[in-house]
Design a protein around this ligand. Structure first.
Ligand SMILES: [Zn+2]
Length: 164
């Protein structure tokens, strides 16, 4: 099942999400539906507030190589370096811009089995973790944009920065 995506501006995108206290069948169904919703919109990440649920869940799939991450109660426990690159958001269609993020982050979260996982991510995956965890804190990338990128300039920008 696909959820409708909450579009900015909306109060639901500005709230701090509540930690998940128990992983139930419903939690797993929500994660699976969030993934289906993300894929249907060609997204690489989706956080629960974006589907109107005020809980600490997010899904990320930047590419096939790194695969799918289902995040329950994720937190960044370490970050290193800085990196500036383009971001967009399914809740803010047509808006793109460069954002400074940590180059590398270590994230601690629970998976669907309830196991505590720690993963260290680099590059665009690290960026996706930071973007989605921001959503769970009620923060949006548009408040961090350094340089706005027009949608028609996006392809050219991406090509220019492909080797970075
Ligand atoms: Zn977003």
């Amino acid at each position: 099942m696909r959820y409708p995506i909450v579009i900015h501006p909306n109060e639901r995108l500005m709230q701090k999400a509540i930690p998940v206290t128990m992983i139930t069948d419903e939690t797993i169904t929500i994660l699976e539906n969030m993934y289906e919703t993300m894929i249907a919109h060609d997204g690489i990440g989706l956080a629960a507030p974006q589907i109107g649920k005020n809980i600490q869940l997010a899904v990320i799939e930047v590419d096939e190589e790194t695969g799918l991450f289902e995040l329950i109660n994720p937190e960044i426990i370490e970050s290193k370096g800085t990196d500036v690159d383009v971001e967009g958001c399914l809740s803010i269609p047509g808006t793109y811009g460069t954002v400074e993020r940590a180059e590398e982050v270590t994230v601690r979260y629970f998976d669907r089995e309830g196991d505590e996982i720690e993963v260290t991510a680099y590059g665009y995956l690290a960026r996706a973790f930071q973007h989605e965890i921001d959503h769970l804190n009620g923060e949006l990338f548009i408040d961090k944009i350094i340089e706005p990128i027009k949608p028609e300039d996006l392809d050219a920008y991406m090509e220019e920065h492909l080797d970075d």
